[in-house]
Ligand binder design. Sequence first.
Ligand code: HEM
Length: 465
Amino acid sequence: KPRNFPPGPICLPIVGCVPFIPSKYLHLRMEKWLKQYGPVVGLMLGSQPAVAICGPTEVLEALRREEFQGRPENANFRQENFNRKLGVFFSDGPFWVEQRRFTLHHLRDLGFGRSIMVASIIEEVEDIVKELRQREEFQVSGYFGPSTVNVIWALVAGARYSRDDDRLQALLHALTRLFRRGSQTGGIVNAVPALKKIAPQISGYKENQEHINNLKAFFKNVIREHDKTFKENDLRDFIDVYLKEMKYQSGNKTSTFSEDGLIITCFDLFAAGAESVSNTLSFTVLYAVLYPEVQRKVQNMLDDVVGRDRRPHLDDRPRLQYVDAVLYEVMRINTVAPVSPAHRVTQDLTLNGYNIPKDTTVIASLWCLLHDKEHWGDPETFRPERFLDEYGNIVKDEWMVPFGIGKRTCLGEVMVRSSLFIFYTTLLQEFSFSLPAGHPPPSTSCVPGITTAPQQFRVKISRRY
Ligand code: HEM
């Protein structure tokens, strides 16, 4: 370990601390580390230093500091990115600044966060309503993936898929496998890269590569199809806008725009749209079933504010602040990203008096802020009212950080908030959800992975009118 490095689990030759870092439920282990070693924990991933930030104030401090905004350079973190800094998620430095700004700016121009996106959310939820009207029960976990990915894909690639499209189902399956098997620390293959050659099957490396290659091949094909019909004065979607910039900068050797870069940006947006929003929606149904009184209260409010002759709309939000409080509470109690994706420190620095050398990988627990006992009082209790003041208005809380903190906060936050509000209110206006007869209450403990998801559970659907 480097000199004056934070305390942490013991290190073994070659593998470092990796045997003591669980591949599942890392956020829960980080809670234990906080008690055992303190708020900043030193790890070795093979021969590479890494720091796990487990203390809430330390997480707030670190993720706001400029020097913490890098992403790890080592091979495993970059493998899906053609081993280069590409896209938004796993790039950093001036490349990332330019790509993040470009992506956000043009997604907004294309309708991100505006009425065009809302229209597409409504189209998706109506599709679900139509399907659920035909059913008496449904299996919730994973159910919303095709719809939530369509919302972002409409802006990125100008396309939507039917919910049972085979190709879409295969892509979502590949993503689920990658998200469920992944680890924020890069896992054993990152610590001991030789395993890729010695034991590709056992380490999961081979299967991951197959999924990654299939996804990249799909995005490449979509991009090539766009290129064939590209017209500079008729830009249809984000891919067209990016292609235009790529062509404009084609003679510029320092350009950050390339076909590979576009493939990875598509990957970043598609994956985020498919996994995180879908899992959060499944959690909203889980808590609706477990807390029928909360479900009823939302429905009564919808009846009062919206009625039954029209659909809820974002404009109703100021009069439905309880709904936002419920959605906040779902994202707090079972957040889908309990540990931030790995960051990298871009220079030697100190945190809490410990030395952290340049290029150290950093993982930060968002869970520790969302579940801090001193701050929330009863963090394990599902209680939406904690986000409301005495007049029923939403109270902003600095520790409510499901989308991260600082310059790398989630690029999709506006879309997520709008999607969750419209999906949730429309579903509860139309249906009531309950446990099928004889089924035990579903567990709130999540399925592990890079993001978390609820375990498989079925619910009974009753139409409200
Ligand atoms: C419930 C849904 C979501 C949650 C809870 C969530 C949460 C997060 C978190 C915690 C980060 C990491 C911040 C960090 O690195 O410290 C992040 C980054 C990111 N998210 Fe989301 N996200 C969600 C949905 C989405 C969606 C739908 C999109 C697509 C538009 C998206 C795009 C991104 C991107 C591109 C980044 C990387 C930002 C960067 O490194 O500059 N996310 N998100």
